[in-house]
Design a protein around this ligand. Sequence first.
Ligand SMILES: O=C(O)CCC(=O)C(=O)O
Length: 269
Amino acid sequence: MSHSLTPTQKAEFERDGYLSALPVFGLKEVQELRQSFENFEQRVGRERSLVQRTDLHLLERWAWQAVTDPRIVQPVCSLLGPDVLLWSTNWFIKEPRDGKFVSLHQDANYWGLLPHDVVTAWVALSDAGPQTGPMQFLPGSHRGQLFDQTNTYDKTNLLSRGQTIVADLDLSHAALAPLKAGEMSLHHVRTIHGSRPNETDDRRIGMVLRYCATHVRQTKAPDTAVLVAGSDTYHHFELLPAPVTDDGEAERARHADAVQRMGKIIMQD
Ligand SMILES: O=C(O)CCC(=O)C(=O)O
């Protein structure tokens, strides 16, 4: 069965810089995924999980399966072409009423990836309805300029440095992208986006997957990725294999190295 986007969906993404909401996982599947993730959090402890959950696909087989699932990868290939890498896995989690938010920013400003053939799949592992602080996009902003960003280091901002666009943006057309558990949105690396706090009694759990075409380069430092579709004739990234054993020794070493490199790349201006 094909999960490719239709021409209308592709045109919408090209016009708006995002697409929402696309069904991916059934209810039982998404409950199992959430359980697997929360088992991981319990096993390593909440504090350590904040670091270790980055690139979890290198450590746990269920996470690898999720990031290579054709229901996510095929729609991404519709936008990026047949040869696609997974650059990283992140988790954007807002605990019930914890006040955490994400300031308006553009990922292209600090990821070091060029050209900007990079798409994020934001997969909801819990309901991400309007009261949970779902993603908010500025439609069409991916076709405009890259704005200057300041680092606020605000503790309630979920971004690593509190990256925030300094300009006075016209938000009159900003669009919320609420999702049900098991759905995803896709957004372009230049699209302006952010999100407000979670005002509900459940966690808002986003499994956030960054994909790029194989011709994309990392301009900041040598970097790693995973080939999820087609072939890689460019060799711009060190390609990493699937975990064979959950939390195995080799897996832990590869994961630790990838997370350390990612941390440096993200924190570097
Ligand atoms: O989950 C959020 O609210 C923000 C996520 C985000 O900034 C991103 O996926 O690039």
